[in-house]
Each structure stands twice: as structure tokens, then as C-alpha cells.
Design a protein around this ligand. Sequence first.
Ligand code: HEM
Length: 397
Amino acid sequence: MASAQSLSVPAPRTGCPLDPPPAYREATEVVPVVRVQLPFGDECWMVADHEHVRTVLTDRRFSADATRPGYPIINEELRALAAASRSSVESVEEAEHLRRRRMLTSDFKAKRIEALRPEIQRMVDDVLDAVIADGGPADLVARFALPVPSAVICLVLGVPYEDHKFFEERGRVLLDYEAGPEAMATARGELMEYMLRLAHSKQEQPDDGLLSQLLERGELTVEEVAGTGLILLLGGHETTASTIALSVVALLRNPGQLALLRKDPTLIKGAVDELMRYATVVQNGLGRVAIEDVEIGGQLIRAGEGVLCMLSAANRDEKAFPGGDELDVTRDARGQMAFGFGLHQCVGQSLARAEIQTALETLLRRMPDLRLAVPFEDLRFRDRAGLYGVERLPVVW
Ligand code: HEM
């Protein structure tokens, strides 16, 4: 068993690449709240089971403000991004956070997203038409899983899709722990500059996109609109892309489950929650910092101390999901926490769900003999990044 004192996060995935690092579950087997080491030498608390992750994420005595002292930082540049753009929903004080969040939740509520479905279906079909026309093998990450969410979030925000390489590449650098501080700072600066320029241009020439709508409502400054737009642009493409690609890998590794889904496509809605539970992409935990002393699971967490909530491990918790290490597309996985939980739960979840459902249903229907074009062992997974994913996914069909 990993000793709590010696556990460093992120811990390696020593088992199957689709399973979370076993060390998180092992370290919290005896006591649910343990002390861990962070990459920059700091320490914080960690919770990794469903009950305690939920407890921390719903308790208002914990803040998600990454600029507060004690917040557990794994990636320096993300802290800088949060500090520089206190305009983002992720980093503002709770009252202000609620106001801005409310502003966005109405834009991303399920009803609005339903209206977008035909457009999402059209985009998925267009992207697949091109892949099928070119013939296999094809890299499903570059040709399908990434272009769909990138194009959708561009449409929603009013960002020109022609710029997708620019923001995808820089977004990837921000998530890559090995990129180095200089490359990260450059990527961050360029992205902020880009969004600010875009927001200014929307002031001159408004369109139907959300950036223009946010400006028109007049509740945010142009800098705040740019900051919020950047969070939505970054939060809205790689997360969904990684989920689509990992879902395909998980289904190809579980042919019985894939067959069930092919036989009964009405299972797709529930299967998306199950796939997100099984292969949770936010891999290094959600950070929180206590704003007053709190006792959780018998452990006193003092004001100013940080906590990491390991979503990937919590989503495999046997107590919440019996047989949780198995993929079961018929399971009721609505309690999964890949979108987080509580006050900060993902604003874009209805949009992401609609995209993932449409992408997977269409892919399976239009590629009836989908299979890997390389041995599973040759796939490279992104361990050293904030978001888990597969680098390339060569397939034939
Ligand atoms: C499969 C895809 C996605 C996953 C796995 C995901 C995951 C998450 C998670 C775990 C959080 C909680 C962060 C926290 O509690 O600290 C979150 C928040 C957020 N997500 Fe997503 N997300 C996805 C798609 C999207 C999309 C498509 C958008 C934009 C349209 C989006 C926008 C946001 C925003 C703005 C927040 C901050 C909410 C707040 O602080 O109140 N996400 N997401």
C-alpha cells in the first residue's frame, strides 16, 4: 500500500492505461483524507472516494479560487492564467462567481443546447464524410474527436474556426506539464491577446455568438468578456475531444459493451455518463482551499490548507458504483463526477453531452467495422497533462 506521507501527485498509472493511478485508491483505503506532495514541493490534502469528494465539492467553506494562498497548484502557468484573468468564472470570489456563472448557465442550459443538436449533427456528419472519403487508416483524434468540439465551441462563441490550430496548439501547451514555464507563458499571453482582439472586434461588428451577446448585455468589461471567452474556448474543446477519443478506446477494448451499444443505440445517452465515469479526463484532481477550519472524514483541515479531489478515483469507487472497474453501458452512472460537482460543476455539460452522444452514435452507425489500426499497446496516452487523453488513435473501419 502506498504510504500517504510518500505519495506524490500526479501519481503514475501503473495498471491499465484506462484505469486511474491505483495509488489514489490505495492511499485512501484506511483514512479518507491523506497528506500528499505536490510537484513544486508543497503539501496538501487529498480525497479520492465518492463520498468525500462530493462533500468537499459541495462545502462552501472550500474555495475554488486558484489565487488564494494554499490552493494546491500542480501547474504554475494555470495559476498565472487564473491570476491574470480574474475575469474567469474559475477564479473569482464566490459571490461574483455565482453572478457570472448564472449569466452563463442560461446560455448553456439544456433547452438551448437541444436547439443546437441539428447543427452538431451536421458538423459530425461533415467531419466524418471527409474521413470516410479519404479512407483508412485515419487518426480519429486529429480527424474526428478534436475537430467536432472545436468547431462547435467556435460556433457557440463566434470564434472563427479558421483559427482552430492557433488556439488548439496553445491550449495543449497550457495543459502539458512538460512544456516548460516559458512556452506556457508565451501560449497564455498569445491566447489572451487573441481573445482580447476578438472581443474588441465584436464590439465593432457584433454577431450572433456568445461573445457578442456578453458584450451587449453590458455586465462585463471587454477584458472580462475576453477572459470568460478564453475559459469557454479552452474548457470547451480539449475536454470533450479527449472524452470522445478515450470513449472510443474504451469501447474497442470492451467489445461486448460495444456490441450492446450497436445493438441498442438508445443506450447511448446513459453510456456517455458511464464512459465519462470509466475514463475520467480531468486526471489530477480539482483543487480547493479551506477558507475556515473544516473537519472532513475525521480530519481537521485548517483554513488556508489545500485539498485535491481525485475525480478519476472517485468515479471508480465500488461503494458508489458496484463493479466500478468494469465498463457497463447499461449502468445508471448519473452519479459520475467527471463534470465535477456542486458550486462549480461544469457549465458546458449539456453541450458536451450532446456532442459526445452525437459523435459516438454517428461514428458507430457509419463505421460498422470500426477497429484499431495498431496494437492497443502502441497507443500513447497523455500522463503528463492536466487532461488525460490518447495522443493518436489510428483506426480502420
Ligand atoms: C467532456 C467535456 C468536459 C469535461 C470533462 C469538463 C469538466 C469540467 C469540470 C470537472 C469542471 C469543474 C471545475 C471545478 O470544480 O473546479 C468544469 C467546469 C467548467 N467547465 Fe467544463 N468540462 C467539459 C466540457 C465543457 C464545455 C464544452 C464547456 C464550455 C462550453 C465547459 C466550460 C466550463 C466552465 C466555464 C467551467 C467553470 C464553472 C464554474 O467555475 O462555475 N466545459 N468542467
